[in-house]
Design a protein around this ligand. Structure first.
Ligand SMILES: [Zn+2]
Length: 229
């Protein structure tokens, strides 16, 4: 289960991406942070893909939230990593994923892609796919249920968590993201015994630079910065 926030045009931040990754329902071996070509993200050892990541080439961030209900044979993290490696933008990444998942080989999920210009979300269940790329959208949050497709599990705890994520509202700052990421009160975003890793991208406007923060383990124990060469 996961909590995702994607935003752009937020004051001094051109892009903000946040994902807390919780332990998946399926078998889990471990995860770490690594760079694969131009993509830096949380790598899942078993799936050999990324739960979330950022391309320093296209300056596009992306993440996937598992939705229970449909089980496919292929890994969601693998297609997310490929989309981030190949795409020139968030929209481009959304189209790559749409093309790939519409065959029905991937387990149900909600994907979020974000760059400085657009935020794209995609939902898939079997061969049903819904792609949303509203150009005016500056802010989008996701937990573990669908917004558009009428299928998949819809746990009350996921609905509550998503409602809470929305309260971060407009004018997101580094401080507000870090505060939210480490919240323990119900609905908890830092979920002890559940949260495996956390990944944050801040792309500043002036000076123009991206920073990647991560934690392996609960985010309240502190973030490290991934050094970009
Ligand atoms: Zn905590």
């Amino acid at each position: 289960m996961c909590s995702i926030i994607a935003a752009n045009h937020q004051g001094e931040l051109d892009l903000v991406f946040f994902e807390n990754r919780d332990r998946p329902k399926e078998l889990f071996i471990g995860n770490d942070i690594r760079q694969i070509q131009d993509v830096i993200g949380i790598y899942d050892f078993r799936a050999k893909g990324m739960a979330c990541g950022y391309s320093i080439q296209s300056e596009t961030a992306g993440g996937v939230a598992n939705i229970l209900g449909y089980t496919g044979s292929k890994s969601r993290g693998v297609i997310l990593l490929r989309a981030l490696e190949e795409a020139k933008s968030a929209k481009d990444a959304g189209r790559i994923i749409r093309e790939e998942v519409s065959g029905g080989d991937y387990s149900s999920a909600r994907y979020v892609l974000c760059d400085g210009n657009s935020i794209v979300s995609l939902e898939n269940f079997g061969t049903k796919v819904h792609l949303s790329e509203d150009q005016r959208k500056r802010f989008l949050v996701t937990a573990n249920h669908f917004r558009n497709l009428r299928s998949g599990m819809r746990h009350e705890s996921s609905v509550l968590r998503e409602k809470y994520l929305k309260t971060i509202g407009s004018n997101i700052t580094e401080k507000s993201i870090l505060r939210l990421a480490t919240r323990h009160r119900n609905p908890a975003i830092c979920r002890h015994g559940r949260t495996l890793s956390s990944f944050i991208v801040f792309k500043n406007h002036n000076p123009k630079q991206s920073r990647i923060l991560y934690s392996l383990g609960e985010p309240c124990k502190g973030y490290k910065e991934f050094s970009l060469k």
